[in-house]
Design a protein around this ligand. Structure first.
Ligand SMILES: O=C1O[C@H](COP(=O)(O)O)[C@@H](O)[C@H](O)[C@H]1O
Length: 205
């Protein structure tokens, strides 16, 4: 049970007693959003990040979620990735593969990770192109107010310094809103994570 819950027009804050409760709450939250999206549009487009997130999602690989979630309808993206080989220990794809994707029946062609064999800038451009194609076919829905994609859920962890994805507090990249996939150093990030790109976002800290 949540120790504290605040609900207002800016969103909802839940403080949970311990990590086990957080894992259960997160699994319930994701399963509910997945069910609603599949009912409404037949698919669920979710973007992951790295860090502790995949471990916190661990309950999804267990009963009842592993059987009740409609995994075949999931489309997976990354909100934040390092341009390293897919089997590298810094790869967020690798983390998700080991902790989630290899444990539930997600369709391999629905997993959209970045191209790790080109530069970060090229990988960002390619990723934006892939997402645009999926918006055209409505595997990813589109924002009501712009031509930006609207993911059903973006999951972000927050580092101790307050950074989310590859966006660090007070960094100039926060003001660059012209492209929604951007290369920063060796990372690809989505620039408008919080504003336009998602029906729901969940920040874990
Ligand atoms: O650098 C990163 O950190 C964040 C937060 O990590 P966490 O371990 O504190 O949850 C992570 O979400 C992001 O993907 C990663 O690049």
């Amino acid at each position: 049970m949540a120790l504290s819950e605040v609900n207002n027009d800016r969103g909802e804050l839940r403080i949970l007693e311990n990590l086990d409760e957080l894992r259960t709450d997160l699994a319930d939250y994701i399963a509910e959003l997945s069910e609603a999206a599949v009912k409404e549009r037949g698919v669920f487009a979710i973007a992951l990040s790295g860090g502790s997130l995949i471990d916190l999602m661990g309950k999804l690989c267990e009963a009842p979620y592993n059987k009740t979630v409609d995994w075949a309808k999931w489309y997976i993206f990354w909100a934040d990735e390092r341009v390293v080989a897919k089997n590298h220990s810094d790869s967020n794809y690798n983390l998700a593969k080991d902790g989630l994707l290899s444990k539930v029946p997600i369709v391999p062609s629905h997993i959209h990770s970045i191209n790790d064999s080109v530069s970060a800038e090229e990988a960002a451009d390619e990723y934006m192109f892939v997402i645009r194609q999926l918006v055209k076919t409505r595997m990813v829905s589109v924002s009501d107010i712009s031509d930006c994609p609207k993911f059903d859920l973006i999951l972000l962890g927050m580092g101790p310094d307050g950074h989310i994805a590859s966006l660090f507090p007070n960094h100039s990249a926060l003001n660059e809103t012209d492209e929604w996939v951007r290369a920063k150093q060796r990372r690809c990030i989505w620039q408008l994570i919080i504003s336009d790109l998602t029906a729901h976002h969940c920040l874990l800290g």
